[in-house]
Ligand binder design. Structure first.
Ligand SMILES: C[S@@+](CC[C@H](N)C(=O)[O-])C[C@H]1O[C@@H](n2cnc3c(N)ncnc32)[C@H](O)[C@@H]1O
Length: 240
């Protein structure tokens, strides 16, 4: 979506602000250390500042560009007629790219619209983005919790989620979200769950549900939220 027309905000704006503030504080400490001729401390603070600035740059790139590019590749396999569900769709970064590839299909986005997880997060914002991207006619937005999906069994052909499931604070809650995704996916349907934490747990829950066709892969530097230690992993599965 390099020519995207919607406005997609910033993921976890508090975390990004923390990196920027941290870099500014470290730069100030660097300046003070050099002013008082404490060279060793000055060099240590300078290295810390550069490292934090690099992390902030990586984070900004991923949230504004990288995740769109990675998901574009993931969604290219859509055939165009699927019923797709995006768990924790936020302002629609993935949902609306998917909808653009579904001329005869349908895309449903479910979210609680939490502002601390994405800046400007609101159903009205996502609706406006759907209109701006020219896909409003094939997009439905639902307010709900992914731990209790308001859909019947086997309702979707494809379920996607990007950086959303980790926001559920407990292991049991995240497992419940995976079980719900599995329930509403039709047999033969595909799951694509991207997250930077807990992805090994998601894989294990799916295996426990009898899903054998499941794999986990690193999505690469374009999906780093600050560096390789915050890399995003994709859990890809097909329901038997
Ligand atoms: C970092 S944002 C990612 C949004 C979108 N997937 C993207 O990649 O731009 C995480 C989203 O998960 C949503 N979320 C968090 N907990 C949720 C829950 N239990 N049920 C549904 N949505 C949830 C938040 O409101 C937020 O929109």
């Amino acid at each position: 979506m390099s020519d995207r027309r919607g406005k997609y905000g910033f993921d976890a704006p508090g975390a990004f602000a923390g990196l920027v503030v941290g870099a500014v504080v470290l730069l100030a400490l660097t300046a003070v250390s050099f002013a008082y001729d404490v060279m060793a401390a000055g060099i240590a603070f300078l290295l810390g500042a550069l490292y934090t600035l690099g992390s902030a740059a990586s984070y900004a790139y991923t949230t504004r560009r990288g995740k769109f590019a990675v998901w574009a590749g993931e969604l290219d396999g859509l055939e165009g007629r699927e019923r797709l569900l995006d768990l924790g769709c936020g302002r629609g970064a993935v949902l609306l790219q998917a909808a653009g590839r579904l001329p005869e299909g349908h895309a449903t986005g479910l979210d609680l619209w939490r502002g601390k997880d994405q800046s400007g997060n609101a159903e009205t914002m996502t609706r406006a983005n759907a209109a701006a991207e020219g896909v409003a006619d094939r997009v439905e937005l639902v307010t709900g919790d992914m731990r209790a999906l308001p859909f019947g069994d086997d309702s979707f052909d494809v379920i996607v989620s990007s950086l959303a499931i980790h926001n559920i604070p407990t292991t049991d809650g995240r497992a419940q979200a995976i079980r719900e995704a599995h329930r509403v996916l039709r047999p033969g349907g595909r799951l694509l769950l991207a997250d930077f934490q807990h992805s090994d747990d998601y894989e294990n829950v799916l295996r426990g549900l009898g899903v054998t066709e499941v794999r986990r892969r690193d999505l690469g530097w374009r999906f780093w939220y600050g560096g390789p230690w915050f890399a995003t992993w994709m859990v890809e599965a097909r329901k038997p």
